[in-house]
Structures are given as C-alpha cells and as structure tokens.
Design a protein around this ligand. Sequence first.
Ligand code: NOJ
Length: 423
Amino acid sequence: MPLKFPEMFLFGTATSSHQIEGNNRWNDWWYYEQIGKLPYRSGKACNHWELYRDDIQLMTSLGYNAYRFSIEWSRLFPEENKFNEDAFMKYREIIDLLLTRGITPLVTLHHFTSPLWFMKKGGFLREENLKHWEKYIEKVAELLEKVKLVATFNEPMVYVMMGYLTAYWPPFIRSPFKAFKVAANLLKAHAIAYELLHGKFKVGIVKNIPIILPASDKERDRKAAEKADNLFNWHFLDAIWSGKYRGVFKTYRIPQSDADFIGVNYYTASEVRHTWNPLKFFFEVKLADISERKTQMGWSVYPKGIYMALKKASRYGRPLYITENGIATLDDEWRVEFIIQHLQYVHKAIEDGLDVRGYFYWSFMDNYEWKEGFGPRFGLVEVDYQTFERRPRKSAYVYGEIARSKEIKDELLKRYGLPELQL
Ligand code: NOJ
C-alpha cells in the first residue's frame, strides 16, 4: 500500500549557519578553531554565504517545500554594540528567495554557536547576559517578518552536555553545577524569546531525542536508563510549561512559558548502564550497538526509534516536526534506504493520530560536522570542498520524488528492494 502524507506536510532539509556559511569569524567556535583547541577549522565551510542563491535554486529544483536553517547571532552582532546591516539584508534575501520559491522556512535562532564577545562575558552561564539575547531577539523579530516557524534553541541539552559537562566542545568547561545552571538559563532565554515573538510567529524549540535503552534487564540498569532519559530528554522540556527545572542538585525556578511546536531531532539510540560512580550521576551512557552496520559517526541505525521519539514528544500536546534526521555515509543507496525506512515510521505516527507536520532531512548538503570536521557526509548533495561544486546524490532525487508526490509509492519500495513496514 502506498503511504500518503498529508497535503500540507513539509518535506524539507536542514542546515546550520556555522556548518555551511563559511568565514563565521565572530563566534566562539571560530575562535577555538583558530587557536587549535578544535581539531578542524570550518574555514569557508560550504561557502554558502556566497553561494546561497545557487543553493536555494538547487533545493527548489529538487522539489523540497521547506528548509530549516539558522541565523548566526554573531553575524548580526559581531561586537557587543555593533550591528551588521549587510548580514541582516542577506538573511532577508535568503528568506525572500525561499518564500518566492514556495519553500517554507523554519528558522533556528541559536544552533550551538554564540558571539565570542557574549561568551567572553560568560555566555549563558550568567543570567544578566540574557539582556544581550533579548536585544538579538528584538532584531530577529524585524528580520523574520515574513517567516512563520521559529525555533529558539537547537538541541539545548547537547549544547549543555558537550560544552559544560564533558568539555568536548566550546567553552570546554567541565562542571555539572555550571551545566545545569546553563540549562536553566537557556530555559529563561527561551521564555524571553517566546514572550517577544509569540503571536507573530509559531515559536518552538528543537530537542534531540535519542532513544535511551537500558543495557540489560537488570532493575538497576532499567532505573538508570529512566533517570538518564529524564535528565537528558524530559526535565528540560517539562520545565517550559511547569516553570520548574529539575537539575541534579536542585530545582531552578524559571518563568512559565510555552512552545507552539516541538522540533524532534532523531538519529540513534543510546545505552545506559548503572554505575556506582557518583561523579557520573550513577549512570554510564554509550552509543547503542543495535545495528550491524554503523554510520560514519559510529551510530547504529534504528528507524523505529523515530516513531518512539515522536510518541514520547507528543506528551506535550503540541504539533511536532522532525527537525533533523539523517545519516553520514558514503554509501548513498544506504541513505535512500535510511530515509524511506524512517519516513515509513513517521507515516505510522501520523496514522496513529500524532500531529506530525514535517520532516527535515539533515542535511541538504555535506558540511562541517563540528568536532568531526568535514569527514562525515550527511548530505543529499555532495560538496567538493576544493571547488565548492554541489553534486546532488541519487538520494537527493529520490527524496525529491517523495517530496513532490507526498507519498512513498510501492514502486519505490520495489525499486530499492525494501519491504513494507511490518506492523
Ligand atoms: C545535530 C546537530 O543539530 C547538527 O548540528 C549536527 O550536524 C547533526 N546533529 C549531526 O550530528
């Protein structure tokens, strides 16, 4: 049976500013790249800041009807009191180009990078810095005039964990106390943005929802998994509505707020085991080993997880978008299979009555994968980093076929030797 998606369903792709634009020299990542604290330099990245017209043309011709990208705060405010009108105008043009081509933009306001000057003041660690965020949001309201969908933060808990708990990413701080404080301040920042933007825009937040599996059937592993799931996935989202953010050490009071939609980023599953180590909050997390083949990131592929993530995220009664789902591989046939299998489960979620309104494949094109650099190839479109030439892969066309027809035809499954979803 062909799988029909709703007429209004968005079939898009996703990117972020620092990963594709190039020469983002006013943010914290750039700084750490230059001083060698990060292994790879983003440099010109995909040179999208010059090639954006071509890129939008390409996604139009491929038939996608939506595009998620992020505004680089440090481009608009390269210095504390300096506003960059040129960057403002360019983002305006990008939005206009998308709209005239019938592509719905979903704009992220913070995708891991912050202005260096803001980080030098302590970034989101200090509540008084939120006045700078507020100033940025006011400008954003002007900039996004014609946009409908706005997401405040991308993967806030990943930002917190990587930057303040594992110290694997900028600002390389390893302090559980600071980590939860940053999380609480991100929630306050979300509330500020919601207050200023809601009404004019649909304001949501993008949360990475990995499926967290217990390492064994043992009671203590199951409990540990539940605890990790709460700490990583749900306490943050719960707090938006309850006004109480439950960290490990204490509960933070934050303004009660709302989200008009939840963006779900889904890639893979994690496995959690109990440990007696209090420094690890009594649990250990590693990537789950549940598929024979691993992606270039070392991740297992678990399509059912997208369905599970949507089900769980539906608890808030808000519309859902898959704001990211993708695979890093050089085997493009595998990418086709990946997309179809995940979309089969998205379709099942819709059939079950969940309000899922769109799917954004990560990523439109190969790009700078943070600490992993340019190695992982997530793109539907291949990027030649020497010439910046874009070459759509076969998956780019197959996804376009699905996007245009808004269905997964039986013939498509046959073509790729894929079974219908076994329920
Ligand atoms: C999530 C992040 O939002 C994005 O920046 C990253 O490139 C992808 N996942 C893939 O790891």
